[in-house]
Design a protein around this ligand. Structure first.
Ligand SMILES: Cc1cc2nc3c(=O)[nH]c(=O)nc-3n(C[C@H](O)[C@H](O)[C@H](O)COP(=O)(O)OP(=O)(O)OC[C@H]3O[C@@H](n4cnc5c(N)ncnc54)[C@H](O)[C@@H]3O)c2cc1C
Length: 350
């Protein structure tokens, strides 16, 4: 069982920055995310795209912003439960909370911040009749751990950034990589498209276009896929089939937690602290709604900051919090580090 002060559901930019603001208030955090890596939409959907509206960064790559947020919160030693979806929320008799994941991991916390963005990302699945029979038996919709594919024969299907990027990456790991797309054109970053072309020319990626995977075969575990290349149908032996056709977000089980929901988002008290209709449960970032809501990263950062003040008051009833600037107070990490501005000295000048 994992015990913490503030349990954050969602490791997108909002959830990550909440760890920093909580840390300043000596609140310990643990984050759950359904994805295998932190970063939310930024890491999963557009890691190589530049963002132009983060204060202080004229331009920053989404992936770089996630790396910087991770660096910024490292000192507060957050715990992570990754690749697990929060499915159950229980308010306990003593006013604390229990959150259980789809893998059965139990988390206990004094407060819960839902920073679930647009929800969990559900993979778009290809329309192959028996695909469900091979899920986790050779069909993988995410590359959670590239090492899983070491020295294996893999087939990736898709025509976007994920299909291109994982084909490139896994060409160094797997025994063979075949990339199948229903068109000859790919839609992705120019350098990725060019790199795949280069690897294809060097015989390191086997490219089959225009073609579709129409069937899966194997006894228990996948052993072959059936390819339709402009009417020519044949089987291709493989150990894994990885269809990367994009992701659709779903609020999922969160919608059944008794929270007030409006248009697929959680209604919060934005005049005060982004608390939901369940006292002690907050919703911040893209997942919430209130009059004038904007789904922007910087709005999520602001909401996380105010939410942490409220959690502090909840955890320290009666104690008055006095706002301190980090330039003045410095930052004391839970890991024993201290960051501070150079102190002023009193020194005579001759
Ligand atoms: C292509 C694109 C470009 C964008 N460009 C910009 C831009 O230029 N500027 C800008 O400000 N915004 C931009 N945005 C929007 C921005 O990405 C979002 O506002 C931001 O990601 C919201 O952050 P978040 O942390 O609230 O949620 P998310 O980033 O969505 O993260 C939520 C996380 O919660 C997890 N989660 C959800 N439910 C559960 C559950 N039950 N259990 C466990 N985990 C769960 C998800 O897996 C996800 O990782 C863009 C979005 C897209 C798609």
């Amino acid at each position: 069982m994992i015990n913490t002060d503030l349990l954050i559901i969602g490791a997108g930019p909002t959830g990550l920055f909440a760890v920093f603001e909580a840390g300043l208030l000596k609140i310990k955090c643990h984050i759950i995310d359904a994805l295998p890596q932190p970063g939310g939409q930024l890491a999963e959907l557009y890691p190589k795209k530049p963002i132009f509206d983060i204060p202080g960064y004229p331009s920053v790559l989404a992936g770089e912003l996630v790396d910087n947020l991770m660096e910024q919160i490292k000192q507060f030693e957050p715990g992570f439960t990754l690749a697990e979806t929060a499915t159950t929320l229980n308010k306990l008799e003593d006013g604390t909370f229990e959150v259980i994941t789809n893998k059965g991991t139990i988390h206990r916390a004094k407060a819960v911040a839902i920073a679930g963005g647009l929800g969990t990302f559900e993979p778009r699945k290809p329309l192959i009749d028996n695909i469900a029979d091979y899920e986790e038996k050779g069909v993988e919709y995410f590359v959670k751990n590239p090492e899983h594919f070491r020295d294996k024969n893999i087939v990736i299907a898709g025509g976007g950034d994920s299909a291109l990027d994982w084909s490139i990456f896994l060409s160094n790991v797997a025994k063979s990589v075949t990339l199948i797309h229903r068109r000859n054109e790919f839609r992705g970053a120019l350098d990725s498209v060019e790199k795949v072309q280069e690897l294809k020319n060097a015989g390191e990626i086997n490219l089959i276009t225009p073609a579709e995977v129409i069937g899966l075969k194997g006894d228990g575990h996948i052993e072959a896929i059936t390819v339709d290349k402009e009417g020519e149908v044949y089987d291709l032996a493989t150990d894994y089939f990885i269809p990367l056709f994009g992701l659709t977000p779903k609020l999922g089980d969160i919608a059944n937690w008794g929270l007030e929901i409006e248009k697929n988002a959680i209604v919060v008290n934005n005049a005060l602290d982004y608390q939901t209709n369940i006292e002690g449960v907050y919703a911040i970032g893209d997942v919430n709604t209130y009059p004038g809501k904007l789904k922007l990263i910087l709005c999520g950062f602001h909401e996380a900051t105010l939410m942490c003040q409220s959690v502090y008051n909840r955890m320290n009833p009666g104690r008055k919090y006095v706002l301190k600037y980090t330039t003045v107070s410095g930052v004391d990490g839970f890991d024993g580090t201290r960051k501070e501005a150079e102190k002023a000295v009193v020194k005579k000048i001759d």
